[in-house]
Design a protein around this ligand. Structure first.
Ligand code: EPZ
Length: 419
């Protein structure tokens, strides 16, 4: 197991953002909707991507992954089981359920199980697929479904915390081969859903309204193979922006889609950064101080929950009192105690965290608990006095491609070490 050793650093120069993990994973699952060859370009080399490859291979796909290009062919269509040993390591594999039901008429997908960021039920996924006519039962930790043919329907997919990204993906993929029209209400509007629909349309699907809360899908008899280049990873981009802000640096991000970061850019300008946007580049110039603010996470286009911990690290060394409200995962605060171990002053009360900015924080040994919390701890390490050791960086490798190399190229004092 590896750890990161991080020292106080200032950053400068340019960083290339990778393709989006959260766009590529559902797109990979969508290849189950056809037996023809599919190609996905700009795929980041992450453990989550490699897990999805393993699952698709178990489901009869033959996959070559080189230099960010996935070539996916179909060897056989017999198997319909996505095993617990893989699904438990990566929830996104649950969105193989819809495509398997729609294309093969049966599926046995393990329930994802617990997650440190809080309860993550899949009731909306199951509700939506049942409304399309699938018989679904839960047995020994598996979601077992079958259908003689799905049928389009009007489905309300809103939950207690609003829309669901992967439930929207699961249902719209299944609906693309269902008979008749499906209307998904309270659909997720995330750019990753738009990218999935872009791919499905290349496969021959008939879909409208992606990027809005109402998506209309007219089912087709079959889908052909398709090719797509993944959108850039907006969460990776937001992570580098937070690192630049926290370290009072000026950096440039290349291969970004600025429109996907509107709520984040607005917050950065409020906190203390000049942001220039130019086509697929963002330049950040820090103003040398960090003003207090209020951040409330929401489904897209609101402020992303996947950047909450990174911006908490920024505000922990800011001026004054900031308030963070976590509306998507109310328990997503595993990083608070670790930041307080570094000398931050953060009080958590239910879905709220009150961040009292301090002059400085100090290096310490800290434990990564999940993907984004660990990114927040790395950022804290870049501003802390002395040495910070971030343990269990396998969490980071799930969602950041060569993070320490990219940071090092920007001048960060960071290295990966065996524990
Ligand atoms: C996606 O997860 C992302 N994962 C998550 O990113 C991200 O945090 C999340 O969307 C929210 O933006 C991928 O795209 C692979 P949700 P997803 O269903 O789709 C509740 C990262 O760091 N809910 O939109 O699983 C749920 O508990 C990861 O890259 C139900 O109640 O999230 C949550 O409170 C972490 N019932 C809210 O909805 C359901 O059936 C939003 O979750 C489904 C969800």
């Amino acid at each position: 197991m590896d750890k990161f050793v991080v020292y106080k650093s200032s950053l400068q120069g340019e960083v290339e953002i990778s393709g989006s993990k959260n766009a590529c994973l559902p797109i990979m699952a969508a290849t189950l909707l056809t037996d023809e060859e599919c190609k996905i370009f700009g795929v980041p080399d992450l453990t989550d991507v490699r897990t999805m490859i393993k699952i698709l291979e178990i489901l009869g796909k033959k996959i070559v992954f080189e230099d960010g290009v996935l070539v996916i062919k179909t060897k056989n269509t017999k198997s319909c089981v996505a095993p617990y040993r893989l699904v438990r390591t990566m929830r996104a594999s649950f969105c193989c359920l819809g495509p398997l039901l729609a294309k093969r008429g049966r599926a046995k997908v393990s329930l994802p199980g617990g997650c440190v960021i809080g309860p993550r039920p899949v009731d909306l996924h199951i509700k939506g697929l049942r409304e399309l006519g699938a018989n679904i039962r839960i047995d020994k930790g598996y979601c077992i479904g079958e259908t003689k043919g799905l049928r389009g329907k009007r489905i309300f997919l809103g939950g207690n915390f609003g829309s669901s990204v992967l439930a929207t993906a699961n249902v719209l993929m299944a609906a693309s081969l269902a008979e008749g029209e499906t209307v998904i209400e309270c659909a997720a509007c995330e750019p990753e859903i738009e990218d999935l629909v872009r791919f499905l349309k290349k496969m021959g699907a008939d879909i409208q309204g992606e990027g809005t809360p109402i998506i209309r899908v007219r089912g087709v008899k079959c889908l052909q193979g398709g090719e797509i280049k993944s959108i850039p990873d907006r969460i990776e981009a937001g992570t580098f922006i937070a690192a630049g802000l926290a370290t009072n640096s000026s950096i440039k991000l290349r291969n970004v889609q600025p429109l996907h970061l509107t709520s984040v850019i607005e917050k950065v300008r409020e906190i203390g950064g000049e942001v220039e946007v130019d086509n697929s580049q963002i330049s950040l110039h820090s103003r040398g101080y960090i003003s207090p603010t209020e951040i409330t996470t929401f489904p897209y286009p609101g402020f992303p929950t996947d950047l909450q911990s990174q911006f908490m690290s920024v505000l922990s060394i800011g001026k004054g009192i900031s308030l963070i409200t976590e509306k998507v995962y109310p328990d997503r605060f595993m990083h608070v105690s670790e930041l307080n171990r570094m000398g931050a002053h953060i009080k958590r009360q239910g879905p709220y965290a009150i961040v009292e900015g301090v002059e400085r924080i100090y290096g310490a040994e800290v434990m990564a608990s999940d993907l984004r919390a660990s990114a927040g701890l790395v950022i804290a390490g870049l501003v802390a006095e002395g040495k910070t050791e971030v343990h269990r960086v396998y969490h980071l490798d799930r969602g950041y491609e060569r993070l320490e190399e990219k940071l090092k190229k920007l001048g960060a004092k960071i290295k990966r070490e065996k524990q």
